[in-house]
Design a protein around this ligand. Structure first.
Ligand code: KMH
Ligand code: ZN
Length: 271
């Protein structure tokens, strides 16, 4: 089996310091947290920027600052969010792409997101994909519902996205696909054979889906964006603690951990 790519989603757009006191918020805090996760075994850092007061922002300047601070510390793959928070405009969501990251997320459809709606009409998906192609940015296709796989494959037919794609199944968001193992097996069965995939289980789904992904040959995303607990009733002490657990489990299951450069090869990232 391929080595395991661990993505860490250290901050997200929804979690607050009130809920998780160890949440990294400032560029310095985010870069330091990402570095600790890199040392623990993460090879991709999925990034959401925040203002100093914790408000989610898609500001080009702040993403650039975070990128530069991370790059000074390590060679982890910087993967900013084009999803932002549900209330960010399309133009705001575009801004992180101006930092020319190696990789970025591309949400492939609209879904309910708790009490909000995460808006991704075809026009948005296509425009994000065109910008990524122009800048040679590897998209990670975020799949919150089964139909989103087809939306991405439609763009392959149009020549805007290229196979093999890398999918991230975000499972257990209230209002979108649940996080049962049978749902994961179903999604995996619907992507083209040569594509790669990871799973980001929300909340209580994070650990069981990660364990199944390791065994199935997929890849794993963990971090405070998706889950703030180490176990029921016990907050995680850091994002690195969540990465370290995945590394331990993977080793027990005979899956080696990919370095950032090995992840670049697996994902066909050429710069
Ligand atoms: N915060 C969510 C509304 C992404 O990063 O690309 C969207 C999200 C997806 O987190
Ligand atoms: Zn995100």
């Amino acid at each position: 089996m391929e080595k395991l790519i661990i993505t860490v989603a250290v901050t997200g757009a929804e979690v607050t310091k009130e809920k998780q006191p160890n949440l990294p918020v400032t560029p310095d805090e985010i870069a330091e947290e990402v570095y600790k996760c890199y040392l623990a075994g993460a090879s991709i850092a999925h990034i959401h920027a925040r203002l100093a007061d914790g408000t989610p922002t898609q500001s080009y300047e702040i993403y650039k600052e975070i990128k530069e601070k991370i790059e000074k510390k390590c060679n982890i793959i910087f993967q900013p969010s084009t999803g932002g928070a549900t209330w960010h405009t399309f133009e705001e969501r575009m801004q992180p792409l101006l930092t020319n990251p190696e990789m970025a997320t591309l949400s492939a459809g609209t879904c309910n997101f708790g009490n909000d709606v995460f808006m991704n009409p075809e026009e948005y998906i296509e425009k994000f994909a065109i910008e990524m192609k122009k800048r040679n940015i590897k998209p990670e296709i975020e799949v919150f519902e089964r139909g989103m796989i087809e939306n991405a494959l439609k763009l392959v037919k149009k020549g805007i996205l290229e196979l093999p794609l890398h999918f991230d199944f975000v499972m257990g968001v209230p209002g979108a696909i649940p996080g049962d193992v049978s749902d994961l097996v179903y999604l995996v069965s619907k992507i083209p054979e040569n594509c790669t995939w990871s799973v980001a289980g929300i909340g209580k789904y994070e650990l069981p889906l990660a364990v199944h992904a390791i065994a199935m040959g997929g890849h794993v995303r963990v971090g405070f964006e998706d889950n703030i607990y180490y176990k029921k009733g016990e907050l995680a002490s850091s994002n690195a603690q969540l990465v370290e657990r995945i590394v331990r489990i993977a080793k027990e299951l005979g899956r080696e951990i990919a370095t950032p450069d090995e992840a670049r090869k697996i994902l066909n990232i050429k710069r």
